[in-house]
Design a protein. Structure first.
Lengths: 215, 113, 382
C-alpha cells in the first residue's frame, strides 16, 4: 500500500484485516483521511507473530519478531496504530513498541466526529482488547446510546478455538447474542467481528466499528 | 515455587467461564488445566482455551494460567502434538509470512487465531 | 466397567474414563488426591437413579459433585463414579414463596432470576457454589445471624438413597454430604428482597472493646451480618493495621447509607482470602468459638501472627495457615476454649474429629438405613 501524505502514524491492521477483511482497513483509511491524519503503511507482508506465540510455536515467533522488528525500526514512523487486539498487545509487550488501538486514535478526535445517529446499540468488549473507554467515547460521540452487555465474555474465536473447535466456538458466540437486547452489536476487534458476524442471529446486525461511519 | 504451584484448586475460576457454561465440564476450566499441568499431562484440551485472563480475574493467588497453558502448547508442538488446523496455519506462516498464505479473501475458508 | 452402558444412559459426550477427566475429578478444593473410576455428567433424575442402581449392583462407590470447592475433601473419589451435577441446572419453577430447582443451579443465578424476592443463604462465593453442594454441607451465609443456614430454607428435597429409592424428604437430610443419598430436586423457601440497608465500618485497637460490641449486637435483629478482619489480615489486605468490624443492617441505623459505598466495602472484604492466600496462607479453617472466650482466641491469633477474618457475629472465624501442620495447635486451642471445629465447611475427610459422638452414632444408624451397601460418598463424614 502506498503511504499517504506525511507519515505520522504507522497503520498496521494485522493479518485478519489484511487477508480476510481488507474492507475494514479501507474504512479506517477513509476515516483517517477525513480527519486529516497522516497514515503510513508498511509495504512488506509481515506478521507480528502473536498467533505463532499463543499456539506454542515459540521459535517461529522469534523468527517473525526478528524480521518484523527490523522492518518496523526501518520505517520512518514509530507510532503504530492497529485493529487487532493480539497485534496491539504483542507489539506493546513483546516488541516494546509504542502502539495504540484504532479506537484510541479515533477517541482523541472525538470532538471532530460528526453526530450521525440517535440510536441504541450494544458494544462487544473483546476480552483480548482490554480497552474500555475509547470505543465507547467514539460511539457516543457519533450519537449512539450504548446499552451495556451484562458481562464481558469470550466470543469463541479466541486462543485458536475458532479453528480447533469450531462447533464449540459457535456455541460460545451464541452466548454473546443471548446478552444483546439491541438490534445492532458493534465490535472493534476484527477476529471477534468476523466470528460474531458469521454466527449472528437474524435479528441482530453485527458491525465493525468503522462501518458505522459508512453512512 | 513454580507459578502453577500457586494454584490451590479453590475453583473460583469457574465464575464467568463460558466454556464451563457450555460444556458443564470441569475439564475445560482453568483449574482443570492447572491440575493437568501439575501432573505433567499433555493433552489437546490445552488447545481449547481462550488464552486470556477473564476467569483468572477471580484467582486468589494470581496464577498466570494463560502463560502456563501457552507453555503446554509449546511442549505439545515439540512433541508433534499440535492440531491439524494449527499445522496448516504455521506452514502458511513459514512459507509466506502470513497465516493465510497467498489466498485471496474469497478463497479463505478457514480463519485462525 | 461397561462404558457402553453409561453412554446409552447419558450420551457418549456425558461419560468419560479418559485420563484427563479422571485426574481432574480426583481432587477438590482440599487438594487431597483420590482416584476416579469414571465421570458422568447428568441432566435428569432418571439418569442419577439408574446410576445408583447400577453402582449398587456392582458395588461401586458413587460421589456426587457440584462445583468441587470443598475445603475438607467432601467429593474426593475412592475408585468412584463421579456424578457431576453441573449440567443439571434448571430453575424448574418460581412461585410467590418458593422455588423448585435442580441441584446444579448456581446460587447467584437463582437470585438473579428471582427479581423482587431472594434466597438469603449467600455463601462467600455465590457465583460458584451450587444449590446441591450447599445442601450437602448445610451451607452457611454471610447473613446467617438473621437468616440461619441452608436447612432453615429447604422445604423439601427429592433424593435417591443408596437402596435406589427415589423419595421426598424434608430438611432432615440437609448437611449429610451425600452419604445418605443424591439430591435431584430441591424446593426452597424464598423471601422479600432487602431494600433498605445500612452499614457500620468500625475500627478497634482493643480486642475487649470489639468483643463487647459484637456481644451487644447479639439481640439486634436488624444487624444481619457482622464480619471481622484482624490486624494481621488487614495488613495483608493493604488496609490500616487494626481490628475491623463490618456490620450490615436491614434498616438505616448504620452510619453508611449509600448502597454503592456498602457494596464497595463488601467487595474489599471479599478480597480477604485472595489477598491472604497470595501471601501463601492458603489453608482456611472454620472454627466456632463461643463469645465468652472470643477475646482469648483473638489474642492467640495476634500472638501467633495468624491472619483471620470471618463472620464473628455467628462466632465463626477463618484463620488462615501456610501448611496443615500448623493447624494442630489451632485444634488444641479451639478445644481448650470450648469451641468446635468444622463449623462451616462441612466434615468431609478432614474434619471427622469435629463430629460429636451423638451425631456420629445417629449418622451411622441412618447410613445403615439409607445406604447399607455403603456406596454413596464412601469414606466421608463417619
Amino acid at each position: 500500500m502506498a503511504f499517504l501524505k506525511s507519515k505520522k502514524f504507522l497503520y498496521f491492521p494485522g493479518c485478519v484485516v489484511t487477508s480476510v477483511l481488507p474492507e475494514i482497513s479501507e474504512n479506517y483509511e477513509l476515516i483517517f483521511n477525513k480527519l486529516n491524519l497522516d497514515i503510513y503503511r508498511i509495504s512488506q507482508n509481515i506478521c507480528c507473530g502473536s498467533i505463532a506465540h499463543s499456539n506454542g510455536y515459540t521459535k517461529d515467533f522469534e523468527n517473525l519478531k526478528e524480521r518484523a522488528t527490523e522492518i518496523f525500526l526501518n520505517s520512518p514512523i514509530k507510532n503504530i496504530v492497529t485493529n487487532s487486539s493480539n497485534c496491539l498487545w504483542t507489539l506493546a509487550t513483546k516488541y516494546g513498541f509504542k502502539v495504540q488501538h484504532v479506537t484510541q486514535l479515533l477517541a482523541k478526535f472525538k470532538d471532530k466526529l460528526p453526530v450521525m445517529y440517535d440510536e441504541e446499540v450494544s458494544y462487544y468488549d473483546a476480552p483480548d482488547l482490554k480497552i474500555h473507554d475509547a470505543p465507547r467515547e467514539v460511539l457516543q460521540a457519533i450519537g449512539f446510546d450504548i446499552i451495556e452487555l451484562e458481562k464481558n465474555i469470550i466470543c469463541g474465536a479466541e486462543g485458536g478455538m475458532i479453528q480447533n473447535v469450531p462447533q464449540l466456538s459457535i456455541k460460545l458466540a451464541k452466548e454473546v447474542f443471548n446478552m444483546c437486547n439491541t438490534k445492532k452489536l458493534i465490535v472493534a476487534d476484527p477476529l471477534a467481528y468476523y466470528h460474531l458476524k458469521k454466527n449472528s442471529p437474524k435479528n441482530i446486525q453485527v458491525l465493525e466499528l468503522s462501518e458505522v461511519f459508512n453512512r | 515455587m513454580a507459578d502453577i504451584d500457586k494454584c490451590i484448586l479453590c475453583g473460583l475460576c469457574r465464575q464467568d467461564s463460558s466454556l464451563l457454561k457450555i460444556t458443564g465440564k470441569e475439564t475445560v476450566t482453568s483449574r482443570g488445566k492447572a491440575i493437568l499441568i501439575k501432573k505433567g499431562i499433555l493433552d489437546k484440551i490445552f488447545f481449547i482455551d481462550p488464552m486470556n485472563d477473564i476467569t483468572v480475574a477471580h484467582c486468589p493467588t494470581n496464577v498466570e494460567i494463560t502463560e502456563e497453558i501457552r507453555k503446554q502448547r509449546e511442549k505439545m508442538v515439540e512433541h508433534g502434538m499440535e492440531t491439524k488446523p494449527n499445522r496448516r496455519m504455521i506452514e502458511n506462516l513459514r512459507d509466506f509470512g502470513n497465516p493465510y498464505g497467498e489466498q485471496k479473501k474469497q478463497e479463505i475458508k478457514e480463519v485462525f487465531s | 466397567m461397561n462404558l457402553t452402558w453409561f453412554e446409552k444412559l447419558v450420551g457418549k459426550e456425558n461419560v468419560s474414563d479418559e485420563i484427563i477427566d479422571k485426574e481432574i475429578y480426583s481432587t477438590d478444593g482440599s487438594q487431597i488426591k483420590g482416584r476416579t473410576d469414571k465421570v458422568t455428567w447428568v441432566t435428569e433424575t432418571k439418569q442419577v437413579h439408574q446410576i445408583v442402581l447400577y453402582a449398587r449392583r456392582i458395588k461401586k462407590s458413587v460421589v456426587p459433585r457440584g462445583a468441587g470447592t470443598s475445603l475438607v475433601g467432601s467429593v474426593i473419589p475412592f475408585d468412584s463414579i463421579i456424578v457431576d451435577f453441573t449440567k443439571m441446572n434448571k430453575i424448574e419453577s418460581i412461585a410467590k414463596d418458593h422455588v423448585i430447582v435442580q441441584p446444579g443451579v448456581i446460587l447467584k443465578d437463582l437470585n438473579k432470576a428471582l427479581k423482587n424476592k431472594f434466597f438469603p443463604i449467600i455463601p462467600e462465593n455465590s457465583s460458584v457454589h451450587t444449590i446441591g453442594g450447599m445442601c450437602g454441607i448445610n451451607s452457611s451465609s454471610i447473613y446467617e445471624k438473621r437468616f440461619g443456614k441452608m436447612k432453615n430454607w429447604v422445604q423439601e428435597v427429592e433424593m435417591i438413597d443408596g437402596n435406589g429409592r427415589l423419595k421426598k424428604y424434608g430438611p432432615e437430610v440437609i448437611g449429610t454430604e451425600g452419604i445418605l443419598g443424591l439430591i435431584t430436586k430441591i424446593k426452597l423457601k424464598i423471601t422479600d428482597k432487602i431494600h433498605e440497608k445500612s452499614m457500620d465500618l468500625l475500627k478497634f485497637n482493643k480486642i475487649e472493646e470489639l468483643v463487647e460490641k459484637v456481644a451487644s449486637l447479639k439481640n439486634n435483629k436488624e444487624a444481619i451480618a457482622i464480619e471481622y478482619i484482624n490486624p494481621t489480615a488487614s495488613e495483608l489486605m493493604d488496609l490500616e493495621k487494626k481490628h475491623y468490624l463490618i456490620i450490615e443492617y436491614i434498616d438505616l441505623e448504620g452510619e453508611i447509607k449509600d448502597n454503592k459505598e456498602i457494596e464497595r466495602i463488601w467487595n474489599i472484604k471479599k478480597t480477604a482470602f485472595a489477598k491472604i492466600a497470595s501471601q501463601e496462607f492458603t489453608i482456611m479453617e472454620d472454627p466456632y468459638i463461643p463469645i465468652y472466650n472470643m477475646a482469648e482466641f483473638l489474642y492467640w491469633l495476634e500472638e501467633k501472627g495468624i491472619p483471620c477474618f470471618g463472620p464473628i457475629g455467628i462466632s465463626v472465624l477463618h484463620p488462615c495457615f501456610k501448611d496443615r501442620e500448623s493447624i494442630q495447635e489451632l485444634n488444641e486451642t479451639v478445644k481448650k476454649l470450648n469451641g468446635n471445629l468444622g463449623a462451616k465447611f462441612g466434615i468431609g475427610l478432614l474434619k471427622k474429629e469435629a463430629l460429636n459422638e451423638t451425631t456420629k452414632q445417629e449418622l451411622i444408624r441412618l447410613k445403615q438405613e439409607f445406604d447399607p451397601s455403603k456406596i454413596l460418598n464412601t469414606g466421608k463424614v463417619i
